[in-house]
Design a protein around this ligand. Structure first.
Ligand code: BG6
Length: 610
């Protein structure tokens, strides 16, 4: 996914556009560019491969006072990261920035080549710009909005776009389908952004563009039209987030800040939802009656990446809390194209931090089409998934800026555990277990702070010890298996070490063949009813000369090359505690390897394209 920005008003656009792009950089950082327009219709186009910092240097040499402009930071889909493929793209009188994918761009391109259009880049976006230009040129009365609407009728795919032309320098046309787009309105000016962080600090009056809407932004404000070019009354909402939420607060990296603030962010997720003295949970969001909760028979949990692993861990807890609810956890990009069957009394939990991930959104739309009640487990307020689900649970963890997801994982699991408890309450199952879960989840924030305080130093040393390996295996049993998967994902995402998560019992059925000096292993060992089984799996690896870092809460002797002992009485919530240690481990290994921990290569915070 990419980040797009825009501005029309009386301030210096170059500054507003680049500060917006810097805040959206977690959406993609392969190239960046802006195009600004002065009142006489002169365009200043500046594009650079790489980060916004490169673009800043170009702007220093090409400063303008222009007060109209659009900008883009790219996550490459079509065409390699390069200046040639960077946005904005200009074709004829049209300059455009695009977030999304035009699936039929090849067909459109050959039609346009027949009309003598030539192309400078390999991107689908430039083809869209050419299509708009060809329609614009064919108009008697030059009318940009009409040309854009007609072109979008011919395009297939997802888009968030901002378009301008020197022929009509007093407006910017915006449109969205599938990719998010917000407008910030204030007296005599309009701000455009792919998400709220680009507009924060400028205005808190926001218009969330809906799918199929197209808008004209000018100094007079915003005119909105629906897919049939019928005027739509813009709905202005107040932005609840403040600038603080997207600052590092003194930490070196957003990732370290977001790991360290988990005790507080988890408290925000739990706030007002647990009655400890009564031993009960109230969750208004899902909006299911106690009859509906009691009759529930099947839960489909859908997500991508870390959200998918959070769903996996939560499924173990909901199974423990209920006796007759089946749970299927699905990778969104697979489920959306599968002919899956849905049984009666089912609900779907749609798990997404950003609320914009295309595959997860598509599953939501398919499940709704099949009449399944959809409940969002979402962090980003006002995001597309949050607005399209039937009901939902907000995480309230604040903006998560670092591309690798951390605080959202802990709160996604906690939110789904709370949902599981509401089902158990309605079904009258295992009151004892409900009390245990509530007691532990209430203690978890404190325990997370204690683990970070006590063990950051140890974890840093282990990271230094294992930083040079290129291969690793993470193993865990039962609720620690999803944590092994998530821990391996974190290490992959930011250290670029090849890491696999495995169920401990699965090792001997193949992966144990990999064990040699090129690999290190991270073993998650809970001092519970499966202790002996897990300990013997560690022994199997040891006997093949494995280099094992064991994370455990046992006081027993453990034969392991490295050992991280966590002093805790938690049992059910232990996996969430262990997971924080793996987040820190990945962070320190990535740091030792000199990687950009907040913006790792080839990744983006959430992917709004397929
Ligand atoms: C990836 C992010 O793009 O999307 C991951 O890099 C994230 O961190 C995954 O887990 C899913 O994102 P979301 O926003 O739908 O939870």
């Amino acid at each position: 996914m990419c980040g797009i920005v825009g501005y029309i008003g009386d301030k210096r656009a170059q500054e507003i556009l680049t500060s917006g792009l810097r805040r959206l950089e977690y959406r993609g950082y392969d190239s960046a560019g802006i195009a600004t327009l002065n009142g006489q219709g002169d365009i200043t186009l500046l594009r650079k491969k790489g980060k916004v910092a490169e673009l800043d240097l170009a702007i220093e040499k090409n400063e303008t006072g222009d007060a109209v402009g659009i900008g883009h930071t790219r996550w490459a889909t079509h065409g390699e990261p390069s200046e040639r493929n960077a946005h904005p793209h200009t074709v004829g009188d049209i300059t455009l920035v695009h977030n999304g994918i035009i699936e039929n761009y090849k067909d459109l391109k050959s039609v346009l080549e027949d009309r003598k259009y030539t192309f400078q880049s390999d991107t689908d976006s430039e083809v869209l710009a050419a299509l708009i230009d060809s329609i614009y040129q064919s108009q008697d009365e030059k009318e940009l909005l009409g040309a854009v609407a007609e072109a979008l009728d011919l395009a297939v795919g997802a888009y968030g776009i901002a378009v301008l032309t020197p022929k009509q320098p007093d407006q910017i046309i915006v449109a969205r389908k599938g990719s998010p787009l917000l407008l910030g309105v204030d007296e005599g000016e309009v701000y455009i952004g792919s998400d709220a962080s680009a507009i924060l600090g400028h205005t808190d009056q926001i218009i969330y563009l809906k799918d199929g809407e197209i808008g004209r932004c000018s100094r007079d404000g915003v005119e909105l039209f629906d897919i049939n070019a019928q005027p739509v009354e813009p709905i202005i909402e107040k932005l609840e987030m403040d600038l603080h939420a997207i600052q590092k607060k003194g930490y070196d990296h957003f990732l370290l800040k977001e790991i360290n603030e988990q005790a507080d962010t988890l408290r925000s997720t739990l706030a007002g939802r647990i009655n400890h003295s009564e031993g009960s949970v109230q969750l208004g969001g899902p909006g299911l009656s106690s009859d509906e909760l009691r009759d529930l028979k099947n839960i489909i949990i859908v997500g991508c990446g870390t959200a998918y692993y959070a769903g996996q861990l939560a499924s173990y807890y909901i199974e423990q809390l209920t006796t007759d609810v089946a749970i299927q956890v699905e990778i969104a990009s697979e489920l959306r194209y599968r002919s899956f069957n849905v049984s009666e009394h089912s609900v779907a939990l749609i798990v997404s931090q950003s609320g914009e991930t295309a595959d997860t959104l598509a599953c939501l739309q398919e499940l709704k089409r099949r009449g399944v009640r959809t409940i969002g487990v979402v962090n980003a307020v006002g995001s597309t998934i949050a607005r399209e689900v039937d009901s939902g649970i907000y995480l309230h963890v604040g903006a998560e800026i670092s591309v690798a997801s951390t605080k959202a994982f802990t709160s996604q699991v906690a939110a789904m555990v709370l949902f599981g408890i509401t089902i158990a309450q309605a079904k009258g199952t295992s009151p004892q277990l409900i009390q245990e879960f509530i007691d532990e989840i209430i203690q978890l924030p404190e325990q997370i702070s204690a683990v970070i305080k006590t063990h950051s130093g140890d974890i840093k040393q282990f990271a230094s010890k294992y930083k040079s390996y290129e291969h690793s295996l993470f193993v865990g049993r039962d609720t620690l298996f999803p944590v092994a998967l998530e821990g391996a994902l974190k290490l992959k995402e930011i250290s670029y070490i090849q890491a696999e998560g495995y169920a401990s019992g699965e090792l001997k059925h193949g992966p144990i063949a990999l064990i040699d000096d090129r690999f290190f292993e991270v073993a998650l060992l809970a001092d519970n009813w499966l202790y002996d089984k897990s300990a013997s799996n560690i022994a199997e690896v040891n006997s093949r000369g494995g280099h094992i870092l064991t994370v455990t809460n046992t006081t027993k002797e453990v034969d392991s090359e490295s050992l991280l002992r966590i002093d805790t009485k938690l049992e059910h919530m232990l996996p969430l505690l262990f997971n924080v240690t793996l987040q820190l481990f990945a962070y320190y290994v990535a740091l030792e390897r000199g990687n950009d921990v907040d913006q790792p290569r080839n990744l983006a915070k959430s992917v709004t394209v397929e």
